[in-house]
Design a protein around this ligand. Sequence first.
Ligand code: SAH
Length: 248
Amino acid sequence: MAAYDFNAPRLFIDSPLQSGTRIALDRAQANYLLNVLRLKAGEALLVFNGKDGEWRAEISVEGRKTADLICMERIRDQGANPDLVYAFAPLKHARLDYMVQKAVEMGAGVLQPVITRRTQSARVNLERMRSNAIEAAEQCGILSIPEVRAEESLENFLGSLGSERLLVFCDEDAPVSNPVRALTEFGNKKQSLAVLVGPEGGFTDQERALVAAREKCIRVSLGPRILRADTAAVAALTVVQSVLGDWH
Ligand code: SAH
């Protein structure tokens, strides 16, 4: 990756960005810059909005609790947004926060909560998911903000997943076999991908049959041990991104 200043603070700004744009920060953003990072008027940071690329911005006004930024020049162009769909049975708070952040860091472009029979928390706080996704993007130099979709039943998720997209089904009951080899058999041709990870209680046999009925689906084992769902997220996305995704 080109030399990139990972130390520069980055802030997601939910408004259009172009040279000369003046950005009034909300209190939380101003507090982060002025009191946490202790930036001063004239100092610079990076801002992005998920559409207009990444810009260098300078602090122009510095009150005790307010700050304005001026957008100076574009540092990086937007480029294509990641296309990988990360589908998962929502977990309880802290584990879900962690799983969402890791999925974004690992390149998920869509976060799709899927309600399965053993899902512990059927109510999903989409706003909380989105703020976790934004935080991960800010911290990891990511330019786009993944799409956070409303929860779907497993049936509806499978029904709405385009037939061309390869679904990588992480099945804790799959016989242990090398997932890298299993995915490599799908060749290196560019293809749209989805990854599915189940709840802490695992998939039921009916759900397993439902997923396996999908034409473009590969059932993978993530080794001989049962991983917690948030661990499985990282393991699965590592394998998928390194064999078929954007890690090569
Ligand atoms: N019954 C176990 C399974 C839950 S693991 C339990 O209650 O702990 C949560 C999810 O992580 C699974 O549904 C699966 O998607 C994934 N997973 C965990 N370990 C796995 C493995 N060894 N192989 C494939 N997927 C796994």
